[in-house]
Design a protein around this ligand. Structure first.
Ligand code: 13P
Ligand code: SF4
Length: 350
C-alpha cells in the first residue's frame, strides 16, 4: 500500500458518510479503487442524483461532474479532482454554434428536436433544453432517439456523429433520411435543401479515442483468431461496429464479458483502463484483449495524486470556511433549461 493510497483512505474514513467518491469505468485502477460508486455515464447520472452525502468527489471528466452538480441537492457540493479535464468531443459543439444551427434548421417551420449525448457542456444541454430536446447516453441512445423522433419533424443528434449513425442503424433509419450538417458560421453554412429532407441531422463530432479502432484491426483479429468475439463501444465508426459481434456502452461491455462462457477469447475496442480491468477480473476464465490500445488523456488527468489533493483541499476549505478550488459551479441561468434536458432523459428511461 502506498502513502497516497493510505492518505486517501484515511480522508475517506474521516469524512465518513459526508463524502461519496464516484468514478467512471475509464478511470485508472489506482483511482477507481477509492470509489464508492462506479459506473457508465447513465448509471453515474442516476446514482449521483440519489446520493445523500454533503460532498461528491467525481473522478471523471468535466461534463460528468457538471451534470452531477446540476442534479445535486440543495447545499450538496460536487468536486472534480482535475478541473481542466475536458472531454475533447464535448468541446466539438460550442453552444453558440448549436443554437445557430438549430435556428437555421428550424427556418422552414419544421420542428427540430435536439438530442445531445451527455458528453456535452452544460451550456449545450441548456440550449437543447430550451429547444425542447433531451440528453442521452450510449446506454439509452436508441430509446432516446425513438423518443425524440416522435416529438417533432426531425432530430438534431449531437455531438457524436458515430453514436448517432450507429443508433440510426439500430432503428433502421435509411441513409437517405440522414444528413450531416455543416456547422460552420453558426448555422450560416447549413444546406437547407438537403437538411429539410432528412429525419436525422448529425453533428460532425467524434471521440478520438474510439475512432482509433479500425476495420483493418477487426479483420486482423478475425484472421488470427477466427473463434474470438469482438465487441466495441458505439463511439466507434459504423464501419467498425458493423464488422464486430456487438457494440454497447461501457456497462454493456462489462455485462458481455461477464456472460461469456468459460474458455472464450474476447477482443474489446474501448478505453484501455476498462479493458485491462476486465482482463484482470476474468483472468483464468476467459481471455480478454484490447482490439488495440487506446487511452483517454482527459480521463487520465485524474490521478491518485489529484484525488488526494482534492480531498485535502476539501478539508482545508471546511476548516477555513472558504470554497475549495475543486468545487464545480453551475451558472444559475443555465440550471433550469439544462436540468429540463437531463430530466427528460431520466423520465423517459426510468
Ligand atoms: P459510457 O460510459 O456512457 O459508455 O461513455 C463512454 C465515454 O466515452 C465516456 O466519456
Ligand atoms: Fe471524451 Fe472519448 Fe475521452 Fe470519453 S473517451 S471522455 S468521449 S474523449
Amino acid at each position: 500500500m502506498t502513502m497516497l493510497f493510505q492518505a486517501i483512505e484515511q480522508r475517506r474514513k474521516e469524512f465518513g458518510s459526508a463524502l461519496t467518491v464516484v468514478g467512471h469505468h475509464y478511470q485508472a485502477e489506482d483511482v477507481i479503487v477509492h470509489t464508492d460508486i462506479r459506473g457508465d455515464s447513465l448509471e453515474l447520472a442516476r446514482k449521483t442524483a440519489e446520493v445523500r452525502s454533503d460532498y461528491i468527489m467525481f473522478c471523471g471528466v468535466y461534463f460528468m461532474a457538471e451534470s452531477a452538480a446540476l442534479l445535486a441537492r440543495e447545499g450538496q457540493q460536487v468536486h472534480l479532482p482535475e478541473p481542466s479535464s475536458e472531454c475533447s468531443m464535448a468541446l466539438m459543439s460550442p453552444p453558440a454554434a448549436v443554437e445557430g444551427v438549430l435556428e437555421a434548421l428550424s427556418q422552414g417551420g419544421r420542428n427540430i428536436v435536439p438530442l445531445t449525448y451527455v458528453n456535452s457542456t452544460l451550456a449545450v444541454k441548456a440550449v437543447v433544453g430550451r429547444f425542447g430536446g433531451a440528453v442521452c447516453t450510449s446506454a439509452n441512445a436508441r430509446t432516446m432517439l425513438e423518443w425524440a423522433l416522435n416529438q417533432g419533424d426531425a432530430v438534431l443528434f449531437l455531438p457524436d456523429r458515430n453514436l448517432g449513425m450507429n443508433t440510426a442503424d439500430l432503428l433502421g433509419i435509411p441513409d437517405a433520411e440522414r444528413h450531416q450538417v455543416d456547422i460552420r458560421r453558426r448555422g450560416g453554412a447549413v444546406d437547407r435543401t438537403r437538411a429539410d429532407k432528412a429525419r436525422l441531422l448529425l453533428w460532425p463530432g467524434h471521440c478520438s479515442i474510439h475512432t482509433h479502432f479500425t476495420t483493418a484491426q477487426v479483420e486482423a483479429v478475425r484472421k488470427a483468431h477466427p473463434e474470438a468475439k469482438i465487441v466495441v463501444h458505439p463511439e466507434c465508426t459504423p464501419e467498425v461496429v458493423r464488422a464486430c459481434d456487438g457494440a454497447g456502452s461501457t456497462s454493456w461491455l462489462i455485462r458481455y464479458a461477464d456472460e461469456l462462457p468459460d474458455g472464450e477469447r474476447l477482443f474489446i475496442g474501448t478505453e484501455i483502463n476498462l479493458v485491462r480491468r476486465l482482463a484482470a477480473q476474468h483472468k483464468g476464465r476467459i481471455s480478454i484483449l484490447p482490439l488495440t490500445e487506446s487511452s483517454c488523456p482527459h480521463m487520465a488527468q485524474t490521478t491518485e495524486e489529484r484525488l488526494a489533493a482534492a480531498l485535502e483541499a476539501l478539508q482545508a476549505a471546511l476548516d477555513t470556511g472558504e470554497d475549495s478550488p475543486f468545487l464545480v459551479r453551475v451558472p444559475e441561468e443555465l440550471k433550469a433549461p439544462a436540468r429540463a434536458a437531463l430530466e427528460r432523459m431520466l423520465d423517459v428511461c426510468k
